[in-house]
Design a protein around this ligand. Sequence first.
Ligand code: TXA
Ligand code: MG
Length: 355
Amino acid sequence: TTTKMWQADSPSSDTGLREAADLLRAGGLVAFPTETVYGLGADARNTTAVGRIFAAKGRPSDNPLIVHIADPAQLEGLVYPLPPLAEVLMKRFWPGPLTIVLPVVPGAVSPLVTAGLDTVGVRMPNHPSALRLLRLAGCPVAAPSANVSGRPSPTEARHVLDDLEGRIDGVVDGGACGVGLESTVIQLTGSDEIRILRPGGVTPEQLAQAAPGARIDAPSAKAETGSAAEAEAPRSPGMKYAHYAPRGEMVVVDGEPGAVADYIRRVTSNARARGEVTGVLAFEERVHAYDADAALSYGSAGDLEHAAARLYAALRTFDELGVQRIWAEACDERGIGLALMNRLLKAAGGRKVLV
Ligand code: TXA
Ligand code: MG
C-alpha cells in the first residue's frame, strides 16, 4: 500500500480531508491528528477494516479500541443507558481528552472494537481536523494510537510514517499534538464513582471539580512501582502490555533534585566508561548538568504540560540516536504529572530508583 499524506492546514485541506473521509467510509485505514496523540482510524462498524488496524499495529486482539465521534448525538444507538454522571462529564470535557467507557448497544460496532466486552470507550477529540474528518466520514471511527504496538505513541505525522508507512492508506498531517499523552479513560461504577482506568489529559483534580459529589478512584503511578499489582489486575485491558517503550533500557529516578542529579551523573559516567550510549531526560533547570551522549530537556519543571507534550518525541529521539541506557527524572504526580509518571514508568518497564 502507498501511504498518502494530506496537509491539514493547506488551502486545499478540505479536499484532502474529503479524500481521507471517503477512504474511511470505504474501509480504509487513515491516521489523523487529535489533541492527545495521532490516531489510526477505521469505520468502527466494519470488521474487515477494524481487523486491518490490529494487523497494521501488531496489536493483541484482546485490547479494545476507543470509538471517536464528532457530535454527542452520535451516542444514540451506540451506547445505552447513558448515566447522568456521564452526561455531566461530557458537557464539561468534550470535545477533549476524556474517554468514557459505557455499555455498548449490541451490534452497534464490530465485536473486534470491544474485544468481546459489553462496553465501549467513546470520546470526542478536541482537534479541528479530527472533528472535520469525523463529520465528513459520518460514521463512528475506531482509533487506537497510530504507532506499532509497544512503541511510543506518535505526536507528529512523521512518527506515524516511521512506524506504519506502507501499512496504512493515509495520514492527515496536523503538526504536533498539544497534549502529547493519551486521553484519560474512565468507567463509572455505581451512581457516584469515577474509576480512572488510564490517567491522561484530563486530571483527577479536574474530574473532582466537575463532579463534586463523586468519589474518584485514581491509580498512583508511584505507589504501583514494579507494577506487580497492575499486572495482576490491569485496570483497562491495554494497561497490562509493555507500552510506550524506547529501545534502550530506561530507569526513572525519583527523589530530591540534588540527589537525583548526583545519582544520574554517577550512573551515566559509569555507563559511558563501559562504552554504552547513554541518554538522560531531565528538566531544563538541570539538563546541562548531565554529561550523557544525549541529554534531552522536558522544558521547565514548573510546566508539566509542556513536559508531557515532549515525552514521546524524546523517547523516539533516543531510539534515532541509538541510545542504549536512559535515565529519566521523575516528576510530581500533581495535575498532568500523574499521567506523565504513569507513562514514564510504563516506558521504563516499572524500573524506578528512589535516591
Ligand atoms: O488519546 C487517546 O485516547 C488516543 C487518541 C487516538 O484518541 N487513543 C488511544 O487508544 O490511546 P489506544 O487504543 O492506544 O488506547 C485505548 C485504551 C487501552 O488502554 C484500552 O484497553 C482502553 O483504552 N479501553 C478501550 N475500550 C475499553 C473498554 N471497553 N473497557 C476498558 N478499557 C478500554
Ligand atoms: Mg496506544
